[in-house]
Design a protein around this ligand. Structure first.
Ligand code: AMP
Ligand code: ZN
Length: 113
């Protein structure tokens, strides 16, 4: 999709520090980390946000969660644990309108709820 930052990152048009890639999923280090280990995990298909997940495209969420254990292992947080966050829309604090999950680890973030 034109003018989507994460689509450009997936296409290699904008540089990123890749952590993991398969045919459906791409993961890279967040440019402004909110935790010692902060990875952004995206489906390669453009879906704007959680509001647009349907029975037709929801397999991308499974693809991401199937990749998470390996991503966590790669960045060294699998054993101590981590948080997975999705921000949706304005009130959710979403700033890039391409569905993504944050993996946050490397320190105890405490509970958010
Ligand atoms: P959100 O605010 O949930 O939409 O998350 C978007 C995330 O993308 C933020 O944590 C940003 O720091 C991150 N981000 C924005 N631009 C880049 C970039 N060029 N490379 C890596 N991460 C980025
Ligand atoms: Zn996109």
């Amino acid at each position: 999709m034109e003018d989507c930052l994460f689509c450009k990152i997936i296409a290699g048009e904008i540089p990123s520090t890749k952590v993991y890639e398969n045919d459906k999923v791409y993961a890279f280090r967040d440019i402004a980390p909110a935790a010692p280990e902060h990875v952004v995990i995206v489906p390669k298909a453009h879906i704007c946000c959680a509001n647009k997940i349907t029975s037709e495209n929801s397999s991308c969420v499974a693809d991401i969660f199937e990749a998470i254990p390996e991503i966590a292992k790669t960045v060294g947080v699998a054993e101590d644990g981590y948080r997975i966050v999705n921000n949706c829309g304005k009130n959710g604090g979403q700033t890039v309108m391409h569905l993504h999950f944050h993996l946050l680890g490397g320190s105890s973030g405490g509970k958010m709820y």
